[in-house]
Design a protein around this ligand. Sequence first.
Ligand code: V47
Ligand code: SF4
Length: 370
Amino acid sequence: MMDVETIKEYTRNSDISDIIRKALEGERLSAGDGLRLFESSDLTALGIAANAVRERLHGKTTYYVVNRHINYSNICENRCRFCAFSRSRGEDGAYEMSLDEIIEAAESARGSGVTEFHIVGGLHPDYGFDYYEKMMSELHERFPDVHLQCFTAVEIAHFAKKGGMSTRECLSKLKDAGLGSLPGGGAEVFSTRVRNAVCPEKLSGDDWLRIMAEAHELGLKSNATMLYGHVETPQERIEHMIKLRDLQDETGGFQAFIPLAFHPWNTELESESRGPTGVDDLKALAIGRLMLDNFPHVKAFWIMLGLKLAQVSLSFGVDDLDGTVVQEKITHMAGAQTPERLTVDEIVHLIREAGYEPVERDTIYNIITR
Ligand code: V47
Ligand code: SF4
């Protein structure tokens, strides 16, 4: 890596050189700075700055996890306009997994070195709280060493309503049953304008943040996402990031920031949005790295980003490539061309070829193998 003075010299003529200097000196970036980063076309300078922060935090280390995603049902009361995965009850393509089927899917990963089950699904109109609690306790009993990263804040709000309890109580009961942490989905973009346009039924941004704060207070770590490339403006992206940064200042419970690239195919937004370009992708990741100075990790979800760009993003602030995944429905039903699974060999190869050092982690970033 270039030293700080060399980077400053190298980016001296850039229109964002003053912001890069702030970031390199560890000074917090303002909303105005963030907006100018989005407006600038100096992608090289942005990447160098984000990479400098990434290397200051993690050196050449790039994390991955051996995990398996399970999407237990796509039947959903919300029907967000950007979602190609969800169905209404009885509609063509609707599916639901019984607890036995979920356990069967989990069992198929036994012996693969899996350390994490990532489980999310739609807001099912009929399942009671017991279904989710039992899912956690049965999986935890059968796989005591596998971390259960399950249920977005949106699902937690739904389960709490079903069970007639507060979201805090819901989180606490699921934690007692074996839940280990929460994934970062459902955040979308916090702006009310954007939510009204793309997911009017979904809980508010403030409720998402409140549920995450409750999880963090209970000792459950979580991630945070931002779905970009649909109707949101750069200003709304920056406001989203600043809300995450503010909450992280209070709780410290977020692990990774994960910008999610919108896939328009088979969604209601297909005619309104083409989804993000490669430059949008790299900017979301690099600006996330620079704005979210209190987030330990920035993750590129290769399923959504594509393998090649995910690899390149390692030089744009990203230190985590998620994992083996194995089965993924949310993005693939919206037209993703990526594979559904990667082997550890493939992940390691991508990381090494980019000049970084692959490190297997568990869900809460304990190192498993270097
Ligand atoms: O909340 C839905 C998004 C999310 C589309 O925490 C779409 O480690 C793109 O949050 N195009 C669920 N995105 C997935 C998610 C996630 C994935 C991987 C890792 C982690 C983590 C979290 O997927 C939803 C929504 O924002 N989504 N539809 C679509 N058409
Ligand atoms: Fe339901 Fe989640 Fe899809 Fe929205 S994004 S329709 S809440 S499954």
